[in-house]
Ligand binder design. Structure first.
Ligand SMILES: Cc1ncc(COP(=O)(O)O)c(C=O)c1O
Length: 349
């Protein structure tokens, strides 16, 4: 068994072999001879690719009142769950795929491979189906059942890594795979790929600036690969004096899917620690409570990392209110709540 991963493959009855991987397999030499013009053109005509981005920014007036904030403090939520793959990671995946096709790294004979806790994987799998390239994903066994089934629905091949090692375990396993069978794969490497933050420099940042009439004062974004904060933050910083707030789980062992506790995790190569003004640690229960309150108070059904962002924004908003400052906070709504129906998030007793 290659890759030294027989244990995970054996334990893994759920992964599905992707037929397209075999159908398009050619030699590695052919795979790196330049951009695949047909694949590139298929992005332009893909209805799914074209419907990524341009998400709404909603002012949360009822949630502001629920928190007891004064009128001078505004909370705005960027509703990323309306992307076709259901999360902000559609932007990342599209940017990575487009850059890889342009550079000739993804084309005939190459399978896209990455480690992903779920949302980026869903986006890769969706784009693989829409544009006809094969996708193999290494996902922590702890990912929610909804995410696993969604990947299978799009026809991606999935390998599960040790559930106790989280996203870092998935990264280690992918590195092992590429060291043995590197030429067969385009390792998308969302943690180190500059096309990840570039997606947000090109789209999320300009959208927020435009939608907030250039009056955003704070950006609150959860940290996974850190691409959202790095890219959106870099763009907004160029436009004005916007405070950039990163949100991470308060502890290493947590239940907020998609997020990293940076002090104890493999730090992504795209992370620039000098960019954020502040990093806030949020307890899992506080993140869950904020997501539940959002559903009940506003009627928006979002996931736990959105809850973490809202919990951090609430804390910050109260500090600003007691200092008598006016502010327009933009909070990233990373994905929707339906992706977590089998998790503790919606066990409401
Ligand atoms: C649900 C969820 N929220 C937030 C994030 C963090 O986004 P980023 O990777 O851009 O830091 C992720 C990343 O995968 C995620 O899956």
């Amino acid at each position: 068994m290659p890759w030294g991963v027989s244990y995970f493959l054996m334990k893994n009855s759920e992964y599905a072999m992707h037929d397209r991987a075999k159908a398009t397999r050619t030699t590695p030499e052919q795979a790196i001879c330049g951009p695949d013009a047909a694949l590139l053109a298929s992005i332009a005509e893909s209805a799914v690719a074209r419907s990524i981005g341009n998400t709404p920014l909603h002012r949360l007036r009822r949630y502001e009142r629920y928190l007891g904030l004064p009128e001078t403090i505004e909370l705005h939520l960027k509703a990323e769950w309306v992307n076709p793959g259901g999360s902000i990671k559609d932007r990342t995946a599209l940017s990575i795929v487009r850059a890889a096709i342009k550079s000739g790294q993804l084309g005939p004979g190459r399978t896209l491979l990455d480690a992903t806790s779920g949302n980026t994987g869903i986006a890769y799998a969706m784009l693989g189906a829409a544009l006809s390239f094969p996708v193999t994903l290494v996902v922590p066994g702890s990912a929610s059942e909804e995410r696993k089934r969604t990947l299978a629905a799009y026809g991606a091949r999935v390998i599960y890594s040790d559930p106790y090692e989280g996203s870092d375990g998935a990264i280690r396993l992918v590195r092992e795979m590429t060291s043995v069978a590197g030429d067969d794969f385009f390792y998308a490497d969302q943690y180190n790929n500059p096309a990840n933050p570039a997606a947000h420099v090109a789209t999320t940042g300009p959208e927020i600036w435009r939608q907030s009439d250039g009056r955003v004062t704070h950006l609150v974004a959860a940290l996974g690969t850190t691409g959202t904060l790095m890219g959106t933050g870099a763009y907004l910083r160029q436009q004005g004096a916007v405070q950039l707030i990163g949100v991470q789980p308060a502890e290493a062992f947590h239940g907020i899917e998609g997020l990293k506790h940076l002090p104890t995790a493999i730090v992504p190569g795209i992370y620039d620690p000098s960019l954020p003004d502040r990093i806030m640690g949020i307890e899992t229960e506080a993140a869950f409570e904020a997501a539940r309150a959002l559903a009940r108070v506003e009627g928006f059904f979002a996931g736990s990392s959105t809850g973490a962002n809202l919990a951090a924004a609430g804390e910050l908003a109260r500090e600003l209110a007691s200092a008598g400052q006016a502010a327009r906070l933009v909070v990233i709504g990373c994905d929707g709540g339906a992706r977590y129906l089998s998790t503790g998030l919606w066990e409401l007793g």
